[in-house]
Design a protein around this ligand. Structure first.
Ligand code: ADP
Length: 383
């Protein structure tokens, strides 16, 4: 602070005021000192051996300890400050962390930042800044809780509504099936079959809506049950093969021999994701093939990360639509896509389920040149 400070140099009023007596620099230093001493922010400075060289009153009263070398308990403010300082010394880069301090008025949450002070490119000291973020953290928590409550209310409402809708719908589907048993007229049978199919479709949509709202409200818990991937695939692919055949498509499936079979996971939810990806691949492929490839990525004694890839030679998706298709109710807005129908709920559900399984879904595609969806999931292994 012995040199002219640029903020003082450029301001003519200050110059006039401070320079008048010829001791402008001393007065400037005084102003800085007052600013630092009265600042509500905690400000401090450490040497390169964890020693505090200076701390303003706010720092002394709250968050930046005088000697973080004293080795506080693990997780204590002392040890966290010491750890952040260690990282700054080692990396030469600034570090930021959050910590809670027990003050006489109660516990307070602080964000602390440590910045190396460099001279000729070498670190000479570490400057430390602390801000009280207690109110901000409380507001953040309240907002999160409010969102969760709103989403739970929505999920409850949807659960009630879907129950109310499903009851008469099951009646309609059931009656259509009964009438099919007794009807001989081909025309009437055709109408009844259409009616039953429409009922099934509506039931799927209601299930998807309910699922998505349950996932968003954090109400879906994955089952943990023994899971044989090969057996699951066998039963899943049966009906899908039939569908592909009807549409004149080749459907192939390869499982890398390194994929272990002694997994623990939620078979139902895994089937749901694969059903959606393979169902879409068949739906959006007018000609050609759908290829499924399952590979082991990371296998340890305890768990296995598995990658599932579904590639098709269908109508594809443009790059700018990649993100959108994972948002609820989003569909690619081209006329080629529109004619296939759908609700746009399958991929958002699949993405969130994949995340619950510790993985993610990615897509590579080009309009008119097919798509490849890859999803990963981590499964525990039976010991
Ligand atoms: P839905 O198929 O019921 O509309 P999804 O969420 O499963 O809902 O898919 C969202 C949109 O992503 C689809 O409507 C379609 O536009 C696009 N899409 C998904 N899979 C494919 C695919 N394999 N090929 C081309 N477009 C796809």
């Amino acid at each position: 602070m012995g040199e002219d400070h640029p903020n003082f140099r450029g301001d003519s009023r200050n110059q006039a005021r401070l320079g008048r007596n010829g001791n402008r620099n001393a007065e400037c230093a005084d102003v800085f000192r007052a600013l630092v001493e009265c600042s509500p922010r905690a400000l401090a400075c450490y040497d390169l051996g964890y020693r505090q060289l200076y701390a303003n009153p706010a720092a002394r009263r709250t968050v930046l300890p005088a000697s973080p070398t004293d080795g506080g308990e693990e997780g204590s403010p002392d040890s966290l400050v010491r750890e952040l300082l260690r990282q700054v010394y080692e990396s030469g880069q600034g570090r930021t962390g959050e910590l809670t301090v027990a003050l006489p008025e109660g516990p307070k949450r602080f964000r602390v930042s440590f910045v190396p002070e460099l001279r000729d490119g070498r670190m000479v000291r570490v400057l430390a800044f602390g801000s009280d973020i207690t109110e901000f953290v409380a507001a953040r928590r309240e907002a999160k809780e409010a969102t969760l409550v709103a989403s739970r209310t929505k999920s409850d409402f949807l659960a009630r509504m879907s129950h109310e809708i499903r009851t008469p719908l099951n009646g309609i589907i059931g009656m259509a099936e009964l009438a099919l048993l007794f009807s001989r007229s081909p025309k009437v049978r055709e109408y009844l079959t259409l009616m039953r199919t429409a009922g099934w479709r509506l039931s799927d949509i209601i299930n998807d809506l309910l699922d998505l709202s349950k996932i968003e409200a954090g109400r879906v818990e994955l089952q943990r049950e023994p899971l044989s991937l090969r057996a699951e695939l066998g039963s899943l692919l049966g009906p899908l093969r039939g569908l592909a055949r009807e549409r004149g498509l080749r459907l192939s499936c390869r499982v890398d021999p390194k994929v272990p079979d002694n997994l623990i996971g939620d078979a139902g939810r895994l089937r749901q994701i694969l059903n959606n990806l393979i169902g879409n691949a068949i739906k959006f492929t007018p000609a050609g093939r759908v290829a499924i490839w399952i590979a082991a990525r990371n296998v340890t004694e305890n768990d296995a990360e598995i990658a599932f890839r579904v590639a098709d030679t269908g109508i594809g998706i443009s790059r700018c639509q990649f993100e959108r298709i994972f948002e609820s109710f989003a569909q690619v807005g081209t006329s080629a896509h529109a004619k296939y129908g759908g609700t746009g709920l399958g991929l958002p559900i699949a993405r969130q389920l994949a995340e619950l399984m510790g993985g993610r879904i990615e897509v590579r595609s080009e309009l008119g040149a097919g798509s490849t969806f890859t999803f990963t999931a981590t499964f525990d292994r039976v010991g």
